[in-house]
Design a binder for this molecule. Structure first.
Ligand code: GTP
Ligand code: MG
Length: 200
């Protein structure tokens, strides 16, 4: 799919402030600093569409981006970041959970995982939770430019083994790099296919 236009639409501090659910949408979630905002910019070919930072905790609101005036990409705050206060973490969690539980037009959630790390409890617990809530999701491994091919395969293999301890089957996954535009065509083709199941 070709992205003809990608525009910032709205930031929301509460789930009920999000735009009307009139278009299909796809949200990006994962731990702070995993590369959610960078991946959105890479997919849209726009360097500064979503704000990125090497300091974790950059995205603090639910940010909607209007793509081709047909669907939304949503940049979410990160979860599980240890260095913010308990009160702040609770507020982020409330915002994320509120969003996830009430978004009728959420077609698929992209759960981002840094390919360099061993499977982490916080991510596995998160997937368990959204699985229980019935939210469709796929995994996107990020920062693949940091590893060699065989290390990438090993990481994916380890991750699937960890998932199979609780899941009967593993979700679809993509391997990406925002710096090398890796995974772009695959992810956009996937979205294009899922968009076809949207009933107007
Ligand atoms: P929060 O909004 O804080 O939760 O973070 P985020 O998940 O949106 O991460 P962000 O996109 O801001 O990226 C965090 C850091 O990782 C930045 O320094 C990015 O440049 C870097 N980064 C993101 N994606 C990649 C990638 O694919 N490869 C490499 N090498 N660095 C990346
Ligand atoms: Mg961000």
């Amino acid at each position: 799919m070709e992205i003809k236009s990608a525009e910032f639409h709205k930031s929301s501090a509460k789930a009920n402030q999000c735009p009307e659910p009139k278009k299909p949408e796809y949200a990006f979630i994962g731990r702070s600093n995993v590369g959610k905002s960078s991946l959105i910019n890479m997919l849209c070919d726009k360097k500064a569409l979503a704000k990125t930072s090497s300091t974790p905790g950059k995205t603090q609101l639910v940010n909607h981006f209007d793509i081709n005036e047909e669907w939304f990409l949503v940049d979410l705050p990160g979860y599980g970041y240890a260095k913010v206060s308990k009160t702040e973490r609770k507020a982020f969690q409330g915002l994320i959970d509120g969003y996830l539980r009430h978004r009728a037009n959420l077609m698929c959630l992209f759960v981002l995982i840094d390919i360099r790390h061993k499977p982490q409890k916080v991510d596995l617990d998160f997937m368990e939770k959204i699985g229980n809530w019935g939210i469709p999701f796929v995994i996107v491994f990020t920062k693949a430019d940091k590893l060699r091919d065989e290390q990438i395969q090993e990481s994916v293999h380890d991750y699937q083994a960890a998932l199979l301890e609780t899941w009967e089957e593993t979700p679809p996954y993509f391997i990406s790099s925002a710096t090398k535009s890796l995974g772009k065509d695959e992810i956009l083709t996937f979205i294009e296919e899922v968009n076809q199941s949207w009933e107007k």
